[in-house]
Design a protein around this ligand. Sequence first.
Ligand SMILES: C[C@@]1(CC(=O)O)c2cc3[nH]c(cc4nc(cc5[nH]c(cc(n2)[C@H]1CCC(=O)O)[C@@](C)(CC(=O)O)[C@@H]5CCC(=O)O)C(CC(=O)O)=C4CCC(=O)O)c(CCC(=O)O)c3CC(=O)O
Ligand SMILES: NC(=O)C1=CN([C@@H]2O[C@H](COP(=O)(O)OP(=O)(O)OC[C@H]3O[C@@H](n4cnc5c(N)ncnc54)[C@H](O)[C@@H]3O)[C@@H](O)[C@H]2O)C=CC1
Length: 303
Amino acid sequence: MQYFPLFVDTQSLRVLIIGAGEVASRKLDLLSRTLAEIEVIAPDICDEVRSYARQGRIRLHQRAANIDDIANVDLVYLATGDDIFNRDMARHATAQGIWVNVVDSPDLCRFITPSIVDRGRLQVAISTAGAAPVFARELRSRLENWLPNSLSELFDFIAERRVEVQQRLPDFRLRKLFWEQFFISNGDKFDADTPRRYENAFRQLSSEGEILLIDDQTKVELLPIAAMPLLQRIDTLCSDIALPSDLVELVRRDASRASIPSLSVINAQYAKGERVLLYAQVATISRLVAHFPMAKWLRGGSL
Ligand SMILES: C[C@@]1(CC(=O)O)c2cc3[nH]c(cc4nc(cc5[nH]c(cc(n2)[C@H]1CCC(=O)O)[C@@](C)(CC(=O)O)[C@@H]5CCC(=O)O)C(CC(=O)O)=C4CCC(=O)O)c(CCC(=O)O)c3CC(=O)O
Ligand SMILES: NC(=O)C1=CN([C@@H]2O[C@H](COP(=O)(O)OP(=O)(O)OC[C@H]3O[C@@H](n4cnc5c(N)ncnc54)[C@H](O)[C@@H]3O)[C@@H](O)[C@H]2O)C=CC1
């Protein structure tokens, strides 16, 4: 991973864009939505950039830039098309510890610009490490279609209630269960029923455990989609045989691992409200089913 994604707090971030053509205006389309203070310097200014200045969103200076301009800023974007000038400015910026992006020279970039799906608090950033920005753009447009616009409202709604949930559910485990329950019932949209689903999620909190069974003859890729949220909620993954890697991928990363415990231990875990997944040979799973009628045997196409 040469490029590592970070989300930068833009409050009082000072951003300088040098150049005011098409590429600068594309960067500005996203940067202007942030809280950053933005300054743009260029002798030739395209209409889009000019309109940001008219709205008072950026400070615009119509002149050539020089090295003194990069003092006292946090980020610099060089979008001039003048290779020698860009290289020179990038060198000065880097020497001063200022993070620099040169739009057409990845080797001069301290950071690169991802393609961004903007849903307010929910941000999806895509990068191909510079290999294919067009692919990043195409993937973005697929995600734009897939992620409803109302996700912005949903995450505002949730953020406003985070403290309330912490107060109403002091137990961390119950809070986690609450949010899982809420997202299962609400889905990824905000509508008139969202506040009701939020209240219902408090009522639907059960501290009941779960026993999931998967036998080694079952192909993981054929498991029903409805099994995915169940696997995501597992606390412990128990097995005495090798686990298929695609199954490990589906289970929560922080789930603990164990060998298959005795029947009485499984009973005790269930009674405590733990959620266990037991992976074993068919014969073992059949025996477990006989002992635990409440267990769910996950098989291809059935639940
Ligand atoms: C390294 C990086 C540095 C940086 O700019 O930060 C970079 C570099 C270069 N871009 C080039 C070209 C194009 N870039 C785009 C579009 C986008 N480019 C963006 C980011 C990045 N571009 C960074 C890596 C991102 C990653 O990791 O994938 C996006 C995501 C964000 C944004 O720019 O705001 C935005 C899509 C936004 C969206 O719509 O979602 C298009 C398509 C178009 O215009 O529609 C083309 C024309 C097609 C083509 O040539 O591929 C060239 C060749 C120049 C030449 O050949 O002359 C270089 C230089 C090189 O490759 O050496
Ligand atoms: N347009 C595109 O989609 C793409 C462009 N590029 C590259 O990105 C760069 C910028 O592209 P465009 O915005 O289309 O170019 P452009 O020619 O429209 O804009 C260049 C801007 O830089 C300014 N500039 C030049 N020298 C300057 C200096 N010394 N100080 C301050 N400003 C200065 C100009 O006044 C102008 O505002 C070019 O190198 C281009 O090759 C790369 C990929 C795609």
